[in-house]
Design a protein. Structure first.
Length: 131
């Protein structure tokens, strides 16, 4: 597939999982609002991270979806975090990460062997956010 060949934003469906070309991800779920949520590694930590669809343009559009791979189960919320907590700026805890989505995406990465080339941390756990 040429770099100019990718699924345009109107072709992407909320809750569907895609193999993507992006800065930090290879597999991600579309959030229905221009974002793709996948597992990112940074500073020896793995976490859910959203990158934006290429069609949004510079400087934020970094994802070119290449092909659809499946659908997130209905009981898993398509969101980077669950919005619980009030955030550090308000003196509260940060929003709670969506553990169910993280674990499901990790399983899809393993099953399909779609890991970012620069990932150094292996995802080999059942429900812990730590490697």
């Amino acid at each position: 597939m040429k770099s100019s060949e990718y699924l345009r934003m109107p072709e992407c469906q909320r809750g569907h999982v895609y193999e993507i070309f992006s800065r930090n991800l290879r597999l991600a779920v579309y959030d229905g609002e221009g974002g793709f949520i996948g597992i990112r590694e940074k500073f020896d930590r793995l976490f859910l991270f959203t990158e934006r669809h290429w069609d949004e343009g510079e400087p934020f559009g970094t994802v070119k979806p290449l092909r659809e791979l499946g659908v997130v189960p209905a009981d898993i919320e398509v969101a980077e975090s669950l919005g619980r907590g009030h955030g550090p700026a308000a003196g509260g805890a940060a929003s709670e990460e969506n553990r169910k989505l993280f674990d499901w995406l990790a399983e899809q990465e393993r099953r399909l062997n779609l890991f970012p080339a620069d990932r150094t941390i292996a995802i080999d756990r059942t429900s812990s956010g730590d490697p």
